[in-house]
Design a protein around this ligand. Structure first.
Ligand SMILES: *[C@@H]1O[C@H](CO)[C@@H](O)[C@H](O)[C@H]1NC(C)=O
Ligand SMILES: *[C@@H]1O[C@H](CO)[C@@H](O)[C@H](O)[C@H]1NC(C)=O
Ligand SMILES: *[C@@H]1O[C@H](CO)[C@@H](O)[C@H](O)[C@H]1NC(C)=O
Ligand SMILES: *[C@@H]1O[C@H](CO)[C@@H](O)[C@H](O)[C@H]1NC(C)=O
Ligand SMILES: *[C@@H]1O[C@H](CO)[C@@H](O)[C@H](O)[C@H]1NC(C)=O
Ligand SMILES: *[C@@H]1O[C@H](CO)[C@@H](O)[C@H](O)[C@H]1NC(C)=O
Ligand SMILES: *[C@@H]1O[C@H](CO)[C@@H](O)[C@H](O)[C@H]1NC(C)=O
Ligand SMILES: *[C@@H]1O[C@H](CO)[C@@H](O)[C@H](O)[C@H]1NC(C)=O
Length: 505
């Protein structure tokens, strides 16, 4: 283990800088008392630093500066978790209680989405219904345990009574008093969660403190109408145990006070704000308040782990040739092979051919027969409209327009196969997708379109990457078979960027 910076500072360079001028001053005979004092002080200093140096040389662990003697991983997490965490095991999936707000009518159909991500061996939680389901004949609808909400009809409301019920789910879940719950995660019945990544980000935070963690809407009009600093319920949000405990005390009063609010998530937000806690916003929650095709966002995901997707049925299926449900299953399948990497973007160039490739791992790949900057590729193609007014914006992020000229659009590929290779490697294959009559007829496009498949190799990411990494960096990639693309297949390797590497045209 290397010595801490402070030790080096004291026992090394700093002392050497201090020594010469003071030693030179010693022989001077005047002001004897003062010099003597200084000398005694200096000798004490020297003894202390020699002892310190010996101590750190002979013991692998310093007892002088225990706080500084941690490796990078520990100190990274302890920035977030300052109390109690050292004595407690890290947060894992068993510490999260999922609560899905649903109703007998919608659950029959939407349970299929929840079942695509719910792992019956590890996921804890319930779907909350408005009544006992008399006739859920589908076996699948019993896959996730259900609870019936209680005591919600006594509250007044001005819009929807079910919003009152769903707002109370956080309290109902808390009141189950289940053991070892650190986080209550709320979602709608059409929310798809990515639990591994949720665990990764939640374990950054101290569950013994009050946290309200989620994301807002993509459509500015929605944030203006509701609130920018509100966790939108469809994207899902997490509430730490102590905050849930406070809400359990406050919620019934809040429901009376905010009876004229619109949604359940707004009521929770209002009640949380009475505790003085504010939203911790994370980029991986997707309320998906957009219309049309979410492709652009998923192909240029922010540098954050994918945590949730919502409004699946309201949007085009994310894989063009699959149903809504099969699309989700395909994405979840890739996610399970390398959870932290799902949708992570990487860009590389073939300088000789002047081609650009943008990868969104586990989902899609774009090939441009031109050189496009990473800065542009990071901005989602606007394949969608706003939620309420079906307008071209504004959104809470920048977008690029989709050109009507096919010669200005990328050639797109979609995930075909995922292979979980040996010793932590993965291999994903992406197949070209497009309509003949909507393709660019230029020769440079024809050369590029001859690539029917693109194979991507990568090492699995550290499962705890999103817990440890406070300064994440996009990974680099390179084309492996640049010389011979004749087979109609391109091979790309994703890897960590070298420190000096840049993604420059
Ligand atoms: C970091 O610290 C943890 C526990 O404090 C220890 O298990 C791990 O081996 C350390 N890693 C390195 C690289 O020193
Ligand atoms: C989660 O952590 C607890 C300790 O708090 C441990 O008992 C349990 O086995 C862990 N579960 C998983 C799935 O890792
Ligand atoms: C759950 O665990 C059992 C036995 O441990 C295993 O056979 C099964 O495949 C697991 N199911 C899932 C969905 O992981
Ligand atoms: C239960 O569902 C089946 C099939 O949808 C239907 O035929 C039957 O009438 C239902 N029973 C009740 C009591 O609603
Ligand atoms: C059972 O689920 C399927 C879809 O998985 C759905 O088409 C069918 O209507 C459901 N049947 C009942 C009785 O709910
Ligand atoms: C409903 O509220 C009453 C009184 O507040 C309480 O005694 C009862 O246990 C509650 N029922 C449920 C199902 O929460
Ligand atoms: C779409 O799916 C159908 C049936 O699964 C298949 O025959 C067809 O080739 C697919 N189209 C494309 C462009 O992949
Ligand atoms: C490209 O050529 C094909 C056949 O020659 C034609 O059907 C198609 O419309 C052309 N596409 C464009 C965008 O001009």
């Amino acid at each position: 283990m290397s010595r801490s910076r402070l030790e080096q500072l004291i026992s090394g360079s700093r002392l050497e800088q201090l020594k010469p001028p003071t030693l030179v001053a010693l022989p001077e005979k005047t002001k004897a008392l003062l010099v003597r004092c200084m000398r005694v002080g200096l000798i004490l200093c020297l003894i202390a630093s020699i002892a310190l140096g010996l101590c750190s040389a002979f013991s692998s662990q310093s007892h002088w500066f225990p706080l500084l003697d941690r490796n990078r991983t520990r100190s990274a997490t302890s920035i977030f978790s300052t109390t109690g965490v050292d004595s407690e095991p890290p947060t894992n999936i068993s510490h999260i209680l999922f609560s899905i707000g649903s109703s007998v009518n919608t659950w029959r159909d939407r349970s299929r989405y929840a079942e695509a991500w719910w792992d019956r061996n590890t996921t804890r939680g319930y779907v909350w219904l408005d009544a006992k389901p008399e006739n859920l004949t589908n076996v699948s609808a019993y896959y996730i345990p259900y609870r019936v909400s209680g005591n919600w009809t006594r509250f007044k409301y001005s819009h929807s009574q079910s919003a009152v019920r769903i707002a109370r789910v956080v309290v109902d879940s808390f009141n189950l008093r289940l053991p070892n719950v650190r986080w209550f995660v709320m979602g709608d019945d059409d929310t798809v969660f990515f639990p591994h990544n949720l665990v990764s980000v939640l374990s950054r935070y101290d569950h013994n403190r009050m946290y309200y963690i989620g994301g807002n809407s993509e459509s500015v009009e929605q944030d203006v109408m509701h609130a920018y600093d509100m966790a939108f319920g469809g994207g899902g949000f997490a509430i730490s145990y102590p905050l849930a405990a406070r809400l359990a005390e406050l919620m019934d009063g809040c429901l009376e006070r905010y009876y004229n609010m619109y949604g359940s998530d707004q009521r929770v937000w209002a009640c949380v704000s009475e505790t003085g806690v504010s939203l911790t916003q994370l980029g991986g929650f997707h309320q998906f308040d957009i219309r049309g095709d979410p492709y652009g966002v998923l192909a240029a995901h922010p540098l954050a782990p994918l945590l949730s997707l919502h409004h699946i049925d309201a949007l085009a299926p994310i894989f063009p040739n699959q149903t809504h449900l099969d699309s989700i299953k395909s994405l979840v399948h890739a996610y399970r092979v390398d959870p932290p990497r799902i949708l992570q973007q990487s860009v590389c160039y073939d300088r000789r051919r002047k081609w650009t490739v943008s990868i969104s791992w586990g989902y899609t790949l774009q090939l441009y027969p031109t050189m496009v900057s990473a800065l542009d590729l990071r901005r989602p193609l606007q394949t969608f409209k706003t939620w309420r007014s079906w307008a071209d914006g504004p959104f809470t992020f920048n977008t690029r327009p989709v050109s009507s000229n096919p010669c200005e659009r990328p050639i797109t590929y979609f995930l075909e196969h995922v292979k979980d290779g040996k010793s932590g490697n993965t291999l994903t294959t992406y197949k070209r997708f497009g309509h003949k009559e909507r393709e660019c007829n230029r020769t440079d496009y024809h050369h590029a379109m001859a690539m029917q498949r693109i194979v991507v190799l990568s090492r699995k990411m550290d499962p705890q990457y999103w817990t440890k990494e406070l300064a994440p960096r996009r990974q680099c990639s390179e084309i492996k078979n640049r010389a011979s693309l004749r087979g109609g297949t391109m091979m790309i390797k994703i890897r960590r960027c070298r420190p000096s590497e840049s993604i420059t045209i």
